[in-house]
Each structure stands twice: as structure tokens, then as C-alpha cells.
Ligand binder design. Structure first.
Ligand SMILES: [Zn+2]
Ligand SMILES: [Zn+2]
Length: 459
């Protein structure tokens, strides 16, 4: 750590108490995507008390009100803009012993958000910006977890949001305009021996709502008058399961449906079964290709039973491709902070998905994992056990990365930005591409003459 980085780390250390308090407060106030109003209000108050002027996503006259905000720190010297972000949302996981209203921070976003407060306070410290150039945007983003698809679709139809993920929604609103490079650190349970873990990227995903429609009737007395939507759904899922051996290893295809249940009783033939799922993949091309096969299989289940199936596909997250030069810079900072042996940056893809991928689709970006939790992520045994690692280490390493990027007239940031080859030339081009993933179709049409038409595309 050089002298400037030591000063920044010292600034952060002075606010250890506030950060750790924020981590606990946010843990006790978990809310799922686009409803994180408590965390939003709490952090707005803290940021404003620290002297920041915020651009708030709930006060943007052009769009519907959602949680989240950003603030800009200008060093006063020209240079590129770095965005550092933290996520606000919790998970829908009622089985967690510390769940509040069925929700819990089993992905550790409370640590990220507390860390953002730590960064904000550290950058206000004396001498913090001396020697740095360019601009730093600190951003709190809602709705990273792609869940509660029916609620998000409702928000979309009302025009409150256009995209289910918070980061693409922020991109659509222009909150990333002028940003040149982006950084995020995510909490994980990495055991005792590892402090930081960084992958070359993450899987992409698209979201699906699959609605099988049948006909209700008496389950004992007149099943011949009904059409069982649950059986149709089971056949459709079985057909997808039989497709799995055709998925290529390199594509990292994942299909993990949940049946949302039927709205009837045991003595009624179920007339509807709603399934939510993702199709994940390491490239957009793979996601589109495999999703086409999956939709065909799902339609097959309906056809077998004489049922209908409505397919509703939405853009999820782009495959997250990290900038490898930026990744090397982050790995260097991690090693300098905790030692070489406690850092692992394998050249491998992580099969989970994040809407940070959407950001990486249009600019150099890097997201990596920081230890400090225990238990399986997204599981009922997940706890934040070591805030010193989960929050403080994450804050200090992000300060070190900022220094590496923005000192020396932003020499290293400029080199990364100059040499980066984005997947899409612009945000506009990116959205034009993912918007084509949208699908709304009743897949089958039963003609009077006995023919059945199958439609797997928008008309
Ligand atoms: Zn998660
Ligand atoms: Zn997460």
C-alpha cells in the first residue's frame, strides 16, 4: 500500500463503527427488489448528513419512482469517470431464521450498501482526493435479484420500470451516461483461508414466466371434462429435462424452474399452473438458441394434454464479461492488502448471473467477491459473521483500486478504457439487442379441422 492508499484506508478506518452499524441496520431491514424503501431512506439520510448531493431515482420526473440514487465526487481535475456501486435488495427467503416479513439479506447486499457509506465517508476525509483525477460516482442500485417476476411485470406495465434488473433500468434512465469504467465488490462465504475471489465473468440470463392453461372439472366425478394444466406443466418440464444432454458444456446453460402452484383444491382438475424460470448461458447466442429449444419442449407438454401454454420471456442480465486488464489491477490491489495466498482470481466463468453484466456489456467493468459471510449464499444458513472482512476489507480494497485507477493523471484507468473492446458500441445498441428477447405468445392454436399450429415467436 502506498502512502495515499494508507491515508484513504485510515479515513475509512475512522468510520468503522458507522459502517458496521449500517451493515447490521440493513440486515434487520431486508426488502426485495424495487421495494427497498427502508434501506433507501436510511442511506439517503446518511449520505446527505455526510454532505453529499444526491440524484434520486424516486424523484426523477421522467420516470416512475423506484429506490436507489447516486452522487458524484469531482476531484477538480479532468479525467475519466469511475462508477462504484452497491446493491440494496434482499431475497424472498422466508425460511431464514432472521427473515423479516419473509425477506432476508442472504446475498449479503447489506454489506455492499454499508461499504458504499464507508467509501462516501472516506472520500470526505482530509486529503482524500489529493493526487486523484477524474470523477467518482457512488451508486446505490435496487433490484439485482431477478425475482418476483409477476410484480416486476406489473411495474413494467404501469410504466414505473422498463427493465426487471436495477442496473439495466438505471442504464435506461441514463444514470450511467458519462461513466467510463465500473467496479463492484460482492460478499461471499469463502472460508478462513481466502479473502478475495475473482472470476473472468458470470453467466447471463433471461427470465421466463410460463403459464399452462387447462380446464377445471370435478377431479373424481368428471376428470374427462377437464384439462389438467399441472400434468401439462410436468410433461413440459420433463421434456426440457430430456433436452439437458444436448446443452453444450461451454454454454453453461441453466434452466431451474419453480412451479408457483395451482389456484384450486384437491378435488378440482387444475386449470392453471404458473412456472417461473431463467435460461442462463455464457453468451447471448447460446441463451437464445437453447431458449428456443426449451420453449418448443414446453409447448410439447401442453400439446400432449390439449392444454394451452403462454410463454412470456423478458431480457434478464447480459453475460458478464470482465475486462481482464482491470481484473488484473483489482487482483493486484487484493494481493497488496491481504497477501498473495489469500487471493484467487481463476480464469473461469461463474455460472450465477448479475445485472452487473449489463454494465460490462457497454464499458470495462470488474466485480469480484470478498469474504466475511458463512453458509451457502441464497441459503437459510447464510450469515454475515465477520464485518471486518465483509465490509472493511471491501471498502479498503475499493479505495486502493480507485487510487490505482485515478492517480498519476488516471494513467491506468485511461489505458484500460482505451484498450477495452466493448460487446456493444452503445447503451442504445445493447437495449435494441436485448429487447428482441421479449416474447409474449400463446404457443398453440387448436384449429377446428384438427390441425394444431405451434407459434414460438411474436407475431
Ligand atoms: Zn444473489
Ligand atoms: Zn448478490
Amino acid at each position: 500500500m502506498n502512502e495515499r492508499q494508507q491515508l484513504l484506508a485510515k479515513n475509512a478506518g475512522l468510520h468503522r463503527q458507522e459502517m458496521f452499524e449500517a451493515e447490521r441496520w440493513l440486515w434487520r431491514h431486508p426488502q426485495t427488489g424495487y421495494t427497498e424503501w427502508e434501506a433507501n431512506a436510511y442511506l439517503i439520510e446518511k449520505f446527505e448528513a455526510a454532505g453529499y448531493t444526491l440524484v434520486r431515482a424516486d424523484q426523477d420526473p421522467r420516470f416512475g419512482p423506484i429506490p436507489g440514487f447516486y452522487t458524484d465526487i469531482d476531484t477538480g481535475r479532468p479525467g475519466p469517470s469511475l462508477c462504484i456501486m452497491g446493491e440494496l435488495d434482499a431475497l424472498d427467503i422466508a425460511g431464514h431464521p432472521e427473515a423479516v416479513n419473509g425477506m432476508s439479506h442472504c446475498c449479503g447486499h447489506n454489506c455492499q450498501a454499508a461499504g458504499m457509506l464507508g467509501l462516501a465517508l472516506a472520500f470526505k476525509g482530509p486529503g482524500a482526493l489529493d493526487g486523484l483525477s477524474g470523477r467518482i460516482r457512488l451508486m446505490l442500485v435496487p433490484a439485482e435479484e431477478m425475482i418476483q417476476l409477476a410484480y416486476r411485470e406489473e411495474l413494467r406495465k404501469k410504466g414505473v420500470i422498463r427493465y426487471f434488473g436495477g442496473k439495466p433500468e438505471f442504464m435506461y434512465r441514463g444514470y450511467f451516461d458519462g461513466i467510463d469504467i465500473s467496479l463492484m465488490v460482492h460478499t461471499e462465504s469463502l472460508g478462513k483461508d481466502l479473502d478475495f475471489l475473482g472470476f473472468s465473468g458470470h453467466n447471463g440470463c433471461m427470465s421466463k414466466v410460463i403459464t399452462y392453461k387447462g380446464k377445471s372439472s370435478h377431479a373424481g366425478g368428471a376428470p374427462h371434462l377437464g384439462i389438467n394444466a399441472q400434468y401439462a406443466a410436468m410433461l413440459g418440464l420433463q421434456a426440457v429435462n430430456d433436452l439437458r444432454e444436448t446443452f453444450l458444456e461451454k454454454d453453461f446453460t441453466r434452466f431451474h424452474p419453480i412451479m408457483k402452484g395451482v389456484n384450486c383444491a384437491v378435488n378440482i382438475i387444475p386449470d392453471e399452473m404458473v412456472i417461473e424460470s431463467y435460461v442462463r448461458g455464457s453468451s447471448l447466442e447460446a441463451m437464445v438458441r437453447e431458449n428456443g429449444k426449451i420453449n418448443r419442449a414446453l409447448a410439447g407438454g401442453a400439446l400432449a394434454m390439449g392444454a394451452q401454454v403462454n410463454l412470456s420471456d423478458r431480457p434478464g442480465y447480459a453475460p458478464e464479461m470482465h475486462d481482464m486488464q482491470f481484473s488484473a489491477l483489482c487482483e493486484e490491489a487484493c494481493r497488496e492488502l491481504v497477501g498473495e495466498k489469500r487471493v484467487d482470481f481463476p480464469n473461469a466463468l461463474h455460472p450465477a448471473s448479475s445485472d452487473f453484466g449489463d454494465v460490462c456489456a457497454v464499458m470495462p467493468g470488474m466485480q469480484f467477491y470478498c469474504a466475511g459471510a458463512e453458509g451457502a449464499i441464497h441459503g437459510t444458513g447464510w450469515y454475515i459473521t465477520e464485518p471486518e472482512r465483509a465490509v472493511m476489507n471491501a471498502v479498503v480494497v475499493q479505495l486502493m483500486i480507485t487510487d490505482k485507477l485515478m492517480s498519476d493523471d488516471c494513467a491506468r484507468a485511461k489505458k484500460i478504457i482505451r484498450e477495452h473492446v466493448p460487446q456493444f458500441a452503445s447503451v442504445k445498441e445493447y437495449f435494441e439487442t436485448v429487447d428482441r428477447l421479449m416474447l409474449d405468445v400463446d404457443a398453440l392454436a387448436f384449429e377446428e379441422d384438427g390441425r394444431v399450429r405451434v407459434r414460438l415467436t411474436n407475431s
